[in-house]
Design a protein around this ligand. Structure first.
Ligand code: ADP
Ligand code: MG
Length: 478
């Protein structure tokens, strides 16, 4: 085995463990520079990655390497290095695990994409800057209220926050574009403006342009209709930072996509920072042109999730502070507990509570808040699912009849979905093993136990199964 093969196998292990976004973000363009059982030097593309790998992934890497080599090497040294080192031979006998094949393919795909970038963008090298006639229209749209200092960092947004800070401190060099995606009201727009504000505070002359995808589209359509294509180009291609919010609305707009593609290339070429938000990852934006998709995936893709309780309370606290409101932690806790999945609603509820109590000139209490919050209660109460329905969904997913799932046949075609149903009855509905056996055609509880253990273990290594389970769960609750 050589160092390259060792690293590919290690990446294979890590890929199974991490989310796709994290894996690609942190492990793309990494390699082993030097290997010995006592010390491994790993090449990384920039200091930002170096810090993250040191801080967050040390243990995972040690474990993954251990799986491949049977050797525990804790001394990992990360070194910023752009060019992969020539592989060197390692002398220990250990067969390559089969998983390394897909990862190798993935790496080579990325390489072709980069190649494709160099080929296609030549024609845009020649773009020249013009005078600052539109300077005053640039930073206007940046909302001064959305800054890093009033953005609360929790587990679900720390990566997005760190990446946003990284591009704000070194625009155009670390991650370009930075693509942040996630559900409504989770702070994406806030982060876009934070980067804008930070860059303006460092350099008030910086040309920072924030637009929603819709504004971009409209600007473009007006420019084309009014014969103002040049003005449009001057406006969008001469910025230092372009922030595009809610890019998902570009779906189906071919002309806009084409124009955005060229804008993107021009800015990227000139090392100008681009930051984009979306409610979904680029791959899930319907009818997105391939070449644009590949651009969006070039830099860093990072998701934001719903904040946990502590983060929600902290968000409420900071919003209260801003409005100079003193509301007890008990009440904030209560609000944060009632509204779980959307910060915008959380804030809406808080505003309503503040307004109501100011108007009535009284102190908020849990009781008085309860009523006000009622309309908001969006805590994601999982739809309750009956065992019968679960069995139907699983059989439907595998295109078999529910009766067959309950029947005696042990054919693999039926036995596997049956085991999945058993697993889900335990995992999702928390049925007892005897009850599960009963549901599935009067089987013994040990059969249910066996199925549960089997599927639990299997899904750790079987990507297909993982995906099946995720799909089934989605069907179950939608
Ligand atoms: P999105 O663009 O993801 O739909 P926004 O950025 O508009 O969400 O956020 C909605 C509201 O919630 C904004 O007022 C924003 O300030 C607030 N918010 C969201 N996340 C945070 C956070 N982590 N810290 C502070 N405020 C937040
Ligand atoms: Mg938004």
């Amino acid at each position: 085995m050589n160092t390259h093969e060792l690293w590919q196998s290690t990446l294979g292990e890590l890929e199974l463990k991490l989310s796709k976004a994290h894996f690609t973000t942190w492990f793309r363009n990494t390699f082993i520079i030097e290997y010995s059982p006592e010390k491994i030097i790993i090449g990384v593309p920039n200091t930002f990655t170096k810090t993250w790998l040191e801080k967050k992934y040390h243990k995972d890497i040690v474990e993954a390497l251990h799986k491949i080599t049977d050797i525990t090497t804790r001394n990992l040294i990360f070194k910023v290095e752009n060019k992969p080192t020539e592989p060197t031979q390692i002398n220990f006998e250990k067969p390559n695990p089969a998983q390394q094949v897909p990862i190798a393919q993935q790496v080579s795909q990325t390489e072709t994409i980069q190649q494709d970038h160099e080929d296609n963008t030549d024609e845009y090298y020649g773009f020249t800057t013009t005078e600052d006639r539109v300077q005053q229209t640039y930073s206007n749209a940046i909302n001064a209220n959305y800054t890093f200092s009033n953005f609360i960092v929790g587990k679900q947004n720390e990566l997005a926050h760190a990446a946003a800070q990284a591009i704000a401190s070194q625009p155009g060099t670390s991650y370009n574009p930075l693509f942040i995606y996630g559900g409504v009201g989770l702070g994406k727009t806030h982060l876009l403006h934070s980067v804008g504000n930070e860059i303006i505070s460092q350099n008030p002359q910086a040309r920072v342009l924030y637009v929603t995808c819709e504004q971009f589209t409209n600007d473009f359509i007006h420019a084309v209709r009014g014969g103002k294509a040049k003005e449009f180009k001057d406006r969008y291609r001469n910025v230092d930072l372009l922030l595009i919010d809610d890019i998902q609305f570009i779906t189906g707009k071919e002309g806009t996509q084409e124009e955005f593609f060229h804008t993107f290339n021009a800015l990227h070429q000139a090392n100008k920072q681009i930051m984009i938000s979306s409610d979904r990852p680029p791959k899930s934006i319907a009818s997105l042109e391939k070449r644009l998709l590949s651009r969006l995936e070039w830099g860093m893709l990072v998701d934001v999730g719903a904040p946990d309780l502590e983060t929600r309370i902290a968000i409420l606290q900071i919003k209260c502070q801003k409005r100079q409101q003193d509301i007890s932690r008990e009440i904030l806790h209560y609000i944060a507990d009632s509204i779980q999945s959307n910060v915008r609603e959380l804030e809406g509820a808080l505003n309503k509570i503040i307004a109501f109590h100011q108007f009535k000139n009284m102190e908020p209490t849990i009781e008085s808040c309860k009523e006000l919050i009622q309309g908001y209660e969006t805590a994601p109460t999982k739809k309750t699912v009956s065992p019968k329905y679960l069995i139907e969904v699983v059989s439907d997913y595998f295109s078999i009849k529910p009766e067959d799932m309950l029947g005696k046949s042990r054919e693999k075609r039926l036995a596997f979905p049956r085991q999945i149903a058993m697993y889900l009855l335990r995992e999702e509905i928390k049925n007892s093993y005897p009850a599960i056996g009963e549901e599935l055609g009067g089987r013994d509880h040990t059969t249910a136990m066996h199925a549960y253990t089997k599927i639990s273990l299997l899904q750790e290594e079987d990507e297909q199964l993982k995906e099946d389970l995720a799909n089934i769960k989605q069907k179950l609750y939608s």
